[in-house]
Design a protein around this ligand. Structure first.
Ligand code: AMP
Ligand code: MG
Length: 444
């Protein structure tokens, strides 16, 4: 048995027998598993932020990363204005307004300016219209009794207004000179609206990261290449490239999806070398274990350098980071090798590639804010590795677990609306508080 043989080898350490040598070749020592936190630190240390920026129209800037601080050149709102349709007055006139009413002396729609409010009168005013000088409150029209008179409307109030009521103050949203959106912010629809509110028609954003995506495996067939009922024996449709290219695009990358790479060293080398020349980052899936059919490791090593890690996470154990030298250039492309199993490649993308890309683009506040949630399931046999369980929020405010947590079952991810980040060897009982990563944060 293995145990007895290794004891023999120890006793015989000065002159190993041929048999011992053969054994050592067959079962190389397994490297210790690397924690996700360590892997992330090491990976991010390789990502120096890119600096090339370009100007884009504001309406095309969703998801892009802002290249400089944007400073307001005006106050927003730019003037005190009414937040309701109603009547503007000076509260010094309140008692008359309550007793006999005040005559209407002006009408101010949004977009129009009226100078002074005549003392002892009200101005008809609409939402967004400038408050006239001398007015200091607006009463909504529902709280006014309006009687038409030959000389014009007279407006009586049903209750006393408070100073400043229904007035939106100049600069209460944004002050002139204030930084409105910081460099390194990934722009969202709300940011675009905010930038428009200070008059920006275009913004300076980081140039898109150029990413080449390649799927390795002799068994892979592109959807559409053959009909589902004509798939050859042993073949499967390639799925990883579809979610990865979408996830990358959402992060602001320009993705080139390369043809499926066959499981030979030469094909793998050729695809990688070609991709390195005009991409910042190459992401591959599959072939990253250390089996005879796994050619990614030797291919990357022959073209640059590679670290192959066994991560202490499940799913997603094998992961590679490397660099591939560009032909005729003293520069290189980053390389990231993800596992082939679809769930593993999804999870490693979320936990490692996404932060790596954010660092390359100089995105400041990356990271998932985990939520404490209640497990509505049992997980009695945890793994020794940190697990990312596919779960979904239920209507009772707890989390349900997808029944099949296999790393090949992509349905678990499409069904899920998040992951439970479960510490190593931690069993879960119904009712326990667990750490929930909302899917929206993982893929945004
Ligand atoms: P590998 O990491 O190459 O050993 O692949 C592990 C498992 O993932 C195998 O079952 C592969 O068939 C599967 N796999 C690899 N690449 C893909 C892909 N692009 N789409 C779907 N499954 C894949
Ligand atoms: Mg493979």
């Amino acid at each position: 048995t293995r145990r007895r043989r290794s004891a023999n080898a120890g006793m015989n350490s000065t002159s190993p027998t041929p048999n011992d040598n053969k054994l050592a070749q067959q079962t190389p020592a397994r490297p210790p598993l690397k924690s996700l936190d360590d892997a992330l630190l090491e990976l991010l240390a390789n990502a120096s932020p890119l600096t090339s920026v370009e100007d884009v129209l504001l309406q095309l800037a969703d998801g892009r990363v802002l290249g400089n601080d944007v400073v307001a050149q005006l106050d927003v709102p730019g003037f005190d204005n009414s937040s309701v349709d109603g009547y503007a007055l000076n509260i010094a006139d309140t008692s008359t307004a309550l007793r006999e009413g005040l005559p209407q002396s002006a009408r101010i729609p949004a977009g129009h300016f009226s100078g002074n409010l005549v003392g002892g009168t009200v101005a008809r005013i609409f939402t967004g219209a400038p408050i006239p000088v001398n007015a200091n409150a607006v009463v909504m029209q529902e709280d006014c009794l309006v009687s038409p008179q030959p000389a014009g409307d007279v407006v009586r109030l049903t209750q006393a207004p408070t100073p400043g009521q229904n007035i939106r103050l100049r600069g209460e949203d944004i002050a002139n000179g204030q930084v409105v959106v910081r460099k390194g912010t990934r722009l969202t629809p709300a940011h675009l609206g905010l930038l428009a509110s200070i008059g920006q028609a275009h913004v300076s954003v980081l140039k898109p990261l150029r990413v080449a995506l390649l799927s390795t495996g002799d068994e892979l067939v592109m959807p559409g290449a053959v009909a589902a009922d004509a798939l050859p024996p042993g073949a499967i449709f390639s799925s990883n490239g579809f979610f990865l290219s979408t996830l990358l695009t959402r992060l602001g990358a320009h993705v080139t999806e390369l043809a499926i790479v066959a499981d030979t060293l030469a094909d793998t080398q050729a695809a990688l070398q070609h991709a390195a020349n005009d991409h910042d980052l190459i992401v591959s899936t599959g072939g990253v274990s250390v089996g005879e059919e796994d050619h990614v490791k030797p291919a990357v090593q022959s073209l640059g350098s590679l670290d192959l890690w066994a991560l202490a996470i499940k799913p997603g154990k094998p992961f590679a980071y490397g660099r591939i030298n560009r032909l005729n250039a003293a520069s290189c492309a980053h390389f990231v090798g993800l596992p082939g199993n679809p769930v593993s490649s999804f999870v490693t993308f979320v936990v490692l590639v996404r932060p790596f890309i954010d660092r390359l683009l100089g995105v400041s506040h990356a990271g998932v804010h985990a939520l404490p949630m209640t497990a509505h399931f049992d997980w009695p046999k945890p793994d020794k590795r940190r697990e990312f369980l596919r779960v979904k929020r239920n209507t009772l405010g707890g989390l349900d677990l997808y029944p099949n947590q296999s790393s090949g079952v992509l349905t678990s991810v499409s069904w899920a609306d998040g992951f439970v980040d479960n510490p190593p060897s931690q069993s879960i009982s119904r009712g326990d508080t667990v750490s929930f990563w909302p899917m929206s944060q993982c893929i945004a």
